[in-house]
Design a protein around this ligand. Structure first.
Ligand code: NI
Length: 164
């Protein structure tokens, strides 16, 4: 049975940890992704990084489908920006910054590489929401949050509200 994990909330300093690469593709990795997917679905998120559940390894889960039935797992994901001038703006939310959304601009032409649960490598040049979402989640693995993209004044306001 999948367990619901506790999600760290901004400004928890553990969200600033840089995640380590996964090198063991074992049962415990599979269990973590099942628990993360369960947690993400329970909280109506579209993506979740291991950092957010206080596990500091490079693991991301996601489901961008409307029916919520296309779970995806990215292990050790990396991306390369293919065109720095091609940008997209999207109203982003984050389970670690509950109750807030912010318009964030990101490159939308990227090349993505990752491993699956058996350690096999995959490559894709995604478009649409996946492009945005994977950058948001990889930011988490680097200890970066969507509030880092907004003005310090706004960030402080959010910090005060969530610290209550
Ligand atoms: Ni997030």
């Amino acid at each position: 049975m999948a367990e619901k994990l506790k999600i760290l909330k901004f400004p928890d300093p553990r969200l600033r940890t840089v995640a380590k690469k996964v090198d063991k593709f074992d049962k415990s990795l599979e269990k973590l992704t099942e628990d993360m997917l369960h947690t993400m679905y329970e909280d109506n998120g579209i993506g979740l990084a291991a950092t957010q559940v206080n596990r500091h390894i490079r693991v991301i889960v996601m489901d961008l489908s409307e029916e919520r039935n296309e779970p995806r797992v990215f292990i050790n994901p990396e991306y390369k920006i293919l065109n720095k001038e091609s940008l997209a703006s999207f109203e982003e939310g984050c389970l670690s910054v509950p109750g807030f959304t912010e318009e964030i601009i990101r490159p939308d032409k990227i090349e993505l590489e990752w491993q699956d649960l058996s350690g096999e490598f995959h490559q894709d040049t995604p478009d649409g929401l996946l492009t945005i979402c994977i950058q948001h989640e990889i930011d988490h693995l680097e200890g970066k949050l969507m509030v880092d993209y907004i003005s310090p004044i706004k960030r402080d306001r959010i910090r005060k509200k969530l610290s209550k």
